[in-house]
Design a protein around this ligand. Sequence first.
Ligand code: NAD
Ligand code: DAU
Length: 351
Amino acid sequence: MNKKILITGGAGFIGSHVVRLFVNKYPDYQIYNLDKLTYAGNLKNITDIEKKTNYHFLRADIVDAIAINNLFEEYQFDSVIHLAAESHVDRSITNPLDFVMTNVLGTVNLMNAAKDCWKGEMEGKLFYHVSTDEVYGSLHDGGFFLETTPYDPQSPYSASKASSDHFVRAYHNTYKLPIVISNCSNNYGPNQFPEKLIPLFINNIRNNKPLPVYGKGENVRDWLYVVDHARAIDNVYHKGKIGETYNIGGFNEWTNLDLIKVVCKAMDKKLGRLQGESEKLITYVTDRAGHDLRYAIDAHKIMNDLGWQPSLQFEEGIEKTIDWYLNNQQWMDEVTSGTYAKYYDSMYASR
Ligand code: NAD
Ligand code: DAU
């Protein structure tokens, strides 16, 4: 069936993998990638599909309501997969308002435009909001995040995502907007901006720079390969029940320190260094303010109801990830030059 899907944030890390999957897998769908191209958006993430006839790029800011309304009027999208966001927790601590604007106001702008465009004819329409496990807060006493776990966001980033999730549910309840939400754990893989732990540490190891571990490195994250998240989004988009929430995760928990050691070991091998060489770069720095201790997703609902399973074991995923960054040095050099260098100096100088 023909569809006109607006994917927001498709030049970013996860969005680029979602756009690629949809463009290649569904040649009958028209895919519109809307992105502001902030520091985190990079069209070089999707050069392999940019010439496909079912792919279109729209540069716009979701905070600009008029621009978003005009695009809905012009293209008459019948569904939205909304990934555009400010996504880095550390940046949310220094600049919370940017997160309110894009993550909260931007999401509401998109829903207003969809609601006005669809004018109560909601059959076959969908607003799919991509969210995070961080909305549930921090696990201290074991257990897992379920879809029913009460929201308890702890950082400005997670508060902005939680707020947007609430607005999405409110629009479903109030205006009958057909929505679905998924909340995913930490992603890793190719094309992630190197402000995030794994690509940052791969790049620092390669350049023999210190590896800044926050606090004692004992915080736990649940890691999922980004292509498996894109596959889950495909499942939820096509089979998810309207109004429902689906948690997505890989049942793959690591303390930061253990994860960093895996990366160090693999990097020593790939770079032909003595085993233990990269671990010497580990440097303990001041902890992130309000640092959540542990995230862990219970993904049984999406597995049982929609038949999704992660396809990659962590060992294979991390190997592929490291190879991608080492083989794409130009990508890394381009994104780490200029303003990124200033960000890095200011973020880490005071730690
Ligand atoms: P990212 O920072 O890599 O990419 C975000 C994209 O959104 C960029 O292309 C950027 O240019 C675009 N964007 C930002 N502000 C915009 C605006 N005002 N208007 C239009 N475009 C704008 O983020 P990511 O890691 O790919 O995350 C994508 C989504 O998935 C986010 O909503 C995030 O909350 C969610 N998520 C991320 C993870 C993760 O581990 N990275 C896990 C779960 C959920
Ligand atoms: O859980 C999903 C979330 O995962 C997403 O919603 C966010 O968009 C995404 O950025 C990610 O958030 P985290 O804060 O968990 O990711 P980050 O890569 O920033 O950090 C991972 C862990 O590593 C975290 O415990 C902080 C720690 N860390 C991070 C950096 C950048 C360090 O110890 N040193 C660092 O330099």
